[in-house]
Design a protein around this ligand. Structure first.
Ligand code: ATP
Ligand code: MG
Ligand code: FE
Length: 350
């Protein structure tokens, strides 16, 4: 089985060709970074237009790299949400057009399910597993019980963790996107223990997260330093922020492991996914936790942590293998929680 995947939910335009034998035949990603950098964040209208301009060419490239024609495909999968609606419409309409023209099944993939199932594309991971989903828009702990079967154990009550990285980077004058730049600055820190930051939610019951206080604490330090940071100040603050986030994530995971084991005494892996999973300090902290708990630990290769279309093609394959596909009148879903039974958190998308 061979599937074309399309991703256009944020500021990466991506196309990939993946087989059910877990072979990534092509995986092309075009970052719109330069288009959005002047604005310090993603501008939805610019993103949608850029997807429209580049998607056809990227699909052509992916098909060429895979060495196949549209006639060789078994299905077409595209991100159907959640995300910026303009971009999602571009990807969904393109996938529907190919499906209609070629008489192929169309599969609308939940972008978060793409992140959630990536570990099964790259590693031998069986259901159930415990997933820490850490991305630009989300910070959740989920029991993954099967394809389309997610139980949310915890979520952020304010900022997503990627968002916290991006806002902290801005405060430190590091630019956008923040995650990789904060990680680089932290690696240069001469005195990573110089600043003490609050550890939000640490030791509290439950598996929820909070990051806005941490960002405020960074701002206070910046103000105390007179608003002008030396390179050393900036790097030490970045290191403090990163290690605090890693510690908080590990604390929440430790609690979630206990909850997860109550329902699944036979156990399962600890999996991390989403853009923030590319962070090496966080990966290493979680890997230590998993080792202590005698759990298999899976973190996808870095390029499959941030947005890509291979994960969308793969999630499409996982659903298609179960006989699922979507009608051509599928309507894009700007909000699409993985666990629809979980209570919404005020002001957050779920
Ligand atoms: P979502 O998946 O929730 O819809 P998104 O698709 O925008 O959001 P991703 O592409 O999965 O998010 O992740 C992007 C986020 O990951 C950004 O906030 C970015 O700063 C963060 N990120 C990327 N690399 C790193 C890194 N090395 N360390 C920390 N954060 C990182
Ligand atoms: Mg992005
Ligand atoms: Fe994402």
């Amino acid at each position: 089985m061979i599937v074309l995947g399309i991703e256009t939910s944020c500021d990466e335009t991506a196309a990939a060709v993946v087989t059910d034998a877990r072979e990534i035949r092509a995986d092309v990603v075009l970052s719109q970074l330069d288009d959005h950098t002047p604005y310090g964040g993603v501008v939805p209208e610019i993103a949608a237009r850029a997807h429209l301009e580049h998607l056809d060419g990227l699909i052509r490239r992916a098909m060429d790299e895979a060495g196949i024609g549209f006639g060789d495909l078994d299905a077409v999968a595209a991100t159907g949400g959640p995300g910026l609606i303009g971009g999602v419409i571009v990807g969904v309409m393109t996938a529907k057009a190919i499906a209609a023209a070629r008489g192929l099944p169309f599969i609308a993939v939940n972008h978060l399910e793409g992140h959630a199932l990536t570990a099964r594309l790259t590693d031998d991971v069986a259901f159930p597993y415990l997933l820490l989903l850490v991305s630009g828009g989300h910070c959740q702990l989920l029991a993954v019980e099967g394809v389309g079967r997610y139980r949310r154990l915890g979520t952020t009550i304010d900022d997503a963790v990627g968002e916290a990285f991006d806002k902290t980077a801005k405060l430190l004058g590091l630019g956008y996107p923040g995650g990789p730049l904060v990680e680089k600055a932290a690696a240069r820190a001469a005195n990573p223990a110089r600043f003490e930051l609050p550890r939000p939610m640490l030791g509290r019951p439950g598996c929820d997260f909070s990051f806005s206080g941490l960002k405020t604490a960074v701002r206070r330090h910046v103000e105390e330093l007179g608003g002008v940071l030396s390179e050393a100040d900036r790097d030490d603050l970045a290191a403090a922020f990163q290690s605090t986030v890693a510690e908080v994530l590990a604390d929440r995971c430790a609690r979630a492991i206990r909850r997860f084991r109550e329902d699944h005494p036979q156990g399962g892996a600890l999996v991390v996914a989403g853009g923030v999973a590319a962070n090496k300090a966080i990966r290493s902290r979680l890997s230590t936790l998993a080792e202590k708990q005698r759990m298999q630990f899976v973190a996808p290769p870095l390029r499959l942590c941030t947005d890509n279309a291979a994960m969308i093609a793969w999630a499409g394959i996982e659903r298609f293998r179960l006989g699922e596909s979507d009608p051509l009148n599928f309507a894009p879903r700007p909000r699409w929680p993985l666990d629809p039974t979980a209570a919404p958190v005020i002001g957050r998308a779920g």
